[in-house]
Design a protein around this ligand. Structure first.
Ligand code: LP5
Ligand code: MN
Length: 241
């Protein structure tokens, strides 16, 4: 049994190297897996399920091909594709999961999430997140013509870019007390997430229990995949061709 986890690919037509690596991964690695979990930020930005650009259609086709071959695919929204929703899933056979989802692997409960909600010291981001997750705002946004949505996103992105550059790396990492709180609340000793782009495996003690937090890597300069096979987790890179 092989289960794969990926996140933070930030796919866009501007980065054909990432896209090629992703397609190679889907067609030659994921196809042999039992399940594929995408833990958010698959896309650089997802503007809405009605954006059927040739690029988006080509990515959807990769998922469709996989699910039709019997590979179960699951998706958790990231901070860049929080507008990816039911229609994408219907078109591809992918199942949308809640941001905090507990799965069971060989009898062990494992919490999976994107990871942005763990960065609670990044107060400005958390305020921004709360705003863009308001269902009424998303409802309104989804009904604005596509080309206007694209302009809005571009404007907000430009505004945010300046603000992000003033933040410290520490503020943009997870807050350890929040990690422990969430893991205790969900009753798990293993957590897998992305978002921070700092691939690693952290082990620590909390309430006299050994906890493990596995962080997935981004795909900016190579692919990054977590594989669970024969009860072993391994984080590996996939070179761009
Ligand atoms: O992904 P990464 O690592 O680059 O940065 C994230 C945080 N940034 C984001 C922003 C998104 O990438 C881009 C979003 C464009 C949104 C368009 C919105 C359209 C409206 C939709 C309505 C339903 O997620 C970054 C974190 C970093 O992770 C690490 O955790 O720090 O957060 C920021 O930089 C955000 C700023 O701190 C807050 C800026 C507030 C700007 C307010 C603009 C007005 C928004 C109005 C929304 C309606
Ligand atoms: Mn993210």
């Amino acid at each position: 049994m092989t289960i794969l986890f990926i996140s933070d690919l930030h796919l866009s037509p501007l980065r054909p190297d990432i896209t090629d690596c992703f397609i190679d991964f889907m067609q030659n690695e994921a196809i042999h897996a039992e399940k594929l979990y995408v833990l958010g930020d698959l896309f650089e930005f997802w503007i809405g399920d009605d954006d059927n650009s040739p690029f988006n259609v080509s990515i959807k086709n990769e998922f469709k091909a996989l699910t039709e071959k019997g590979v179960e695919c699951y998706f958790i929204q990231g901070n860049r594709d929080f507008l990816l929703n039911k229609r994408f899933c219907k078109e591809t056979g992918v199942e949308l999961l809640d941001d905090h989802t507990v799965i069971e692997l060989d009898g062990e409960k494992v919490l999976i999430m994107h990871g942005d909600t763990l960065c609670i010291d990044d107060i400005k981001y958390q305020e921004f997140r709360a705003k863009v997750h308001k269902p009424w705002l998303q409802w309104v946004f989804n009904r604005i013509p596509l080309f206007i949505r694209q302009r809005i996103v571009k404007n907000v992105q430009d505004k945010i870019k300046e603000k992000k550059q003033t933040k410290t790396l520490c503020i943009m990492d997870v807050t350890q007390s929040e990690v422990e709180r969430v893991m205790q609340e969900e009753g798990v000793q293993r957590l897998i997430h992305g978002h921070t782009h700092r691939p690693d495996t952290h082990t620590f003690m909390s309430n006299n229990k050994e906890m493990t937090r596995i962080v997935l890597g981004d795909w900016y300069s190579q692919g990054s995949i977590l594989e669970y096979s024969d009860k072993i987790y391994s984080l590996h890179k996939k070179e761009f061709k």
